[in-house]
Design a protein around this ligand. Structure first.
Ligand code: FAD
Ligand code: NAP
Ligand code: SF4
Length: 682
């Protein structure tokens, strides 16, 4: 898939903002990494940005920095409200400027989304996803908030930022003022749209006056709220025009409040799904407009710029996945891009768990000063057995560090379980990770031997210094009478299409794979994958024409493709263990399709009638055609030397990683990270 260097010319064109020029049309959008919250992490934050700017990105935006304590997302979250904070921020701006880039600081006041007791909003209405009920800001509170924004922007200028992004979307404070959903005020800041937009417009006007004209003032505008009580398109445009008149240099676009029940960034959202709405905004204003959300590869980005739909694209997570994204595009090495697969597992899910953000496909993200792929002092002869995510990561990092690496897999292709995962509707992006690794194996010079199940003897005969066992797992077969019957099959059989289950199916095990199998079995094979933007909008009730307030319409009614039962023994809510920011999407899909979910299940037997269970002690029979086992996995470590056998002098060292090391709680995030960490330490 290598492409010529000039295949994306529009994307790489500079953007002239009048008083300053951005070197290309690619922006790294704001992401909370967790590093910005603690002063002692600013050197790490600087290294994180430095790598991305060195990788060619035209403009970067920091994670949200609060203008005052009330605006904290979390207790003691990143704040810029005193001259003492400027020193830390300078580490970041200096690093970016040394690499020839430009950086904006995002000013984010969380409003009622703050996870802390000082929260304020337009009105005292708790959000459905928050713990704390906000206090309604008084008029003098609003005036102090404007002053806080002003102080924050001036300090950002002092710290060397090229501008600020004022966060006005995703349901944060300014968005809360803009919409009647959260603004029930009867004073000069509530009621008509002129009143509801008074606070953001005044902030922009006063900030512009304070920072002068040669400072970028970007506003992230909520162009599709995707919640009840969201703004109409006319209001969105009216606000944008008022903000432009107040001094905005360019608009970034935002889609959906955090409390919206419409996914906007998970992997099942089609690529560039919302770009057409950003294009509509561009028709209504004269300053440049930036498209965002689920843009992860250069072809879609180039089309958006080349067609004149928007002026720039914002990508956030794709720069966690690959800091070199822009340089690779410029050099025509698109097939070397490590693509963000939209899983949220190491970025947003970490943020919501108050952990440092990283990336499933790139464990160095956020750890630039800690996980280093340095040249090894002595080259070792390394065997990696298993070309799943763990083995691919270990082999490519070991080779990058200068080792002589051979990678074995019994299958005739690389990828391990990712080959199965990418069959799940909405997980098509997982194929990109295998495309990346396939190329990376070549670039780093790993010898690859496929289609051969190696034995310990064969490995020992080849004189390896190090043998890394990344042999993964085998699916668990639970002990249930009747489990050997022909109509009891594994998830792998189903997803690899070795078996086509009947119209009534029971799924044993409601972990990530149980849910994935559910989505696979509910998918009508007549609908091509990945689903089109139109199809997805009908399914989720999204009106990209924005004729309905907030862009919300009724979802299309669903005729389930199969009758499914999803079962688990635990008494917790089914799906409780899924990812924080993606699990609700999987649950919603299954619920919409009438899947019956049971927890507190005991499996009795499987016979001609179906699956006999008790649910919280009450007997039930599920009359099903097939039972699919998604009951977890067990490590495959047959190649490990038996415990207690003394290793001979000079014998190879064995290591296990990924599923081979520990099957429970295994995911690709751990597998890839373990592979990289081990390889970097050899
Ligand atoms: P595997 O991927 O199992 O790879 C092991 C490899 O070793 C295989 O290719 C096998 O052929 C090879 N092998 C075994 N023995 C030998 C031998 N003796 N000789 C040569 N080769 C051998 N994880 C996530 O993080 N997010 C998800 O959304 C996600 N979705 C999933 C959906 C599905 C349907 C499935 C099945 C899995 C999903 N996973 C997901 C889990 C993820 O795929 C696994 O955690 C990951 O693949 C484990 O990596 P691994 O390298 O340890 O093992
Ligand atoms: P899992 O999440 O551990 O789920 C295993 C399921 O099997 C559980 O529901 C468990 O529930 C059940 N189970 C375990 N032992 C059983 C037994 N002896 N008999 C009957 N049921 C049993 O594992 P998984 O679904 O196999 O997924 C593997 C890994 O891939 C997971 O770590 C997951 O994170 C990852 N993955 C992630 C995603 C994602 O979207 N993020 C998607 C797919 C997979 P009970 O014990 O309560 O019955
Ligand atoms: Fe993208 Fe997943 Fe990495 Fe987040 S963790 S940046 S969603 S690949």
């Amino acid at each position: 898939m290598s492409v010529s260097p000039n295949a994306h010319p529009h994307l790489l064109q500079p953007l002239d903002l009048g008083f300053t020029t951005l070197r290309n049309r690619v922006m790294m959008g704001s992401m909370h990494t967790g590093l910005e919250d603690r002063f002692y992490n600013y050197a790490k934050l600087a290294a994180y940005f430095r790598e991305r700017v060195r990788g060619g990105v035209g403009l970067v935006v920091t994670g949200g920095i609060s203008p005052n304590r009330q605006g904290w997302l979390l207790p003691f979250g990143g704040t810029l409200n005193s001259i003492f904070d400027v020193y830390n921020h300078r580490k970041v701006t200096r690093a970016v400027h040394e690499e020839g880039g430009k950086i904006l600081m995002q000013i984010l006041h969380s409003g009622r989304y703050g996870y802390q007791p000082f929260v304020v909003s337009a009105s005292s209405i708790k959000s459905p996803i928050s713990m704390f009920k906000p206090k309604a800001l008084t008029v003098s509170g609003i005036e102090s908030t404007i002053k806080a924004y002003l102080r924050c922007a001036k300090l950002a200028q002092k710290a060397g930022y090229d501008g600020v992004e004022i966060m006005g979307s995703e349901g944060y404070l300014l968005n809360q003022f803009l919409c009647t959903r959260s603004n029930k005020r009867t004073d000069a800041y509530g009621g008509s749209i002129e009143n509801r937009m008074r606070l953001p417009v005044e902030i922009v006007r006063q900030v512009r006056a304070a920072v002068g004209s040669n400072f970028i003032l970007m506003y992230r505008h909520s162009v599709l709220d995707l919640v009840e009580g969201g703004n109409s398109w006319e209001e969105v445009v009216q606000v944008a025009q008022a903000l432009e008149a107040a001094g905005v240099t360019l608009f970034n676009t935002g889609f959906g409040w955090h409390e919206a029940r419409t996914p906007t960034i998970v992997t099942s959202v089609p690529r560039a799904a919302f770009a057409s709405v950003a294009a509509r905004l561009k028709q209504a204003v004269t300053v440049p407009v930036i498209a965002s959300n689920r843009i992860n590869m250069p072809d879609e980005a180039e089309t958006l710029i080349a067609s004149g739909s928007v002026d720039m694209v914002s990508m956030a997570r794709p720069f966690l996945a690959d800091s070199e994204w822009v340089n690779k595009v410029a050099a025509g090495r698109v097939d070397e891009i490590n693509t963000c697969i939209g899983c949220n597992q190491a970025c947003l899910d970490h943020t919501f768990a108050n952990q440092r953000a990283s990336c499933l496909v790139n464990p160095r993200a956020g750890h630039e000063t800690e996980l280093l792929y340095r040249k090894a002092q002595r080259q070792k002869k390394v065997a990696v057995v298993g070309a799943g995510p763990a083995g691919l990561s270990a082999a490519t990092v070991a080779a990058e560090c200068g080792h002589d690496v051979t990678l074995f897999d019994s299958s005739d292709r690389i990828g391990g379980q990712f080959n199965i995962a990418m069959q799940v509707p909405g997980k098509e992006e997982f194929a990109q990770t295998l495309r990346y690794f396939s190329k990376r194996l070549k670039v780093t010079g790993v010898r690859v031997q496929l289609g051969h199940r190696v034995t310990r003897e064969q490995l020992l005969a080849q004189g390896f210094d190090v043998i890394v066992l990344a042999t993964g797992i085998v699916p668990r077969t639970p002990r249930i009478p009747g489990v050997q019957r022909a109509n009891v099959v594994t998830y792998a059989d189903v997803l690899q299409r070795k078996v086509v289950p009947g119209s009534r199916v029971a799924i044993i095990g409601a972990g990530g794979i149980g849910f994935d199998v559910g989505e696979f079995l509910l998918h009508d094979p007549a609908v091509a994958l990945p689903v089109s933007i139109d199809h997805w909008c009908r399914e989720w009730g999204v009106d990209l024409q924005a004729q309905a307030n907030g862009g919300l319409i009724s979802p299309e009614s669903v005729k389930p493709y199969r009758q499914l039962y999803l079962l688990q023994r635990k008494s917790t809510r089914v799906g409780a263990g899924l990812g924080k920011t993606s699990g609700w999407v999987h649950r919603a899909v299954l619920q919409r399709n009438g899947v019956q979910m049971f927890s507190g299940v005991e499996y009795q037997r499987i016979d001609d009638i179906g699956l006999h269970i008790t649910v919280n002690g009450e007997a039930r029979v599920l009359e099903v055609d097939h039972v699919v086992l998604c009951a977890g996995q067990e490590s495959l470590i047959e190649l490990m030397p038996p415990a207690g056998v003394p290793s001979e002098l000079g014998a190879p060292r064995f290591y296990t990683i990924g599923g081979a090391a520990l099957a429970s709680e295994l995911d690709a995030k751990r597998a890839i990270r373990e592979g990289a960490v081990l390889a970097a330490s050899l």
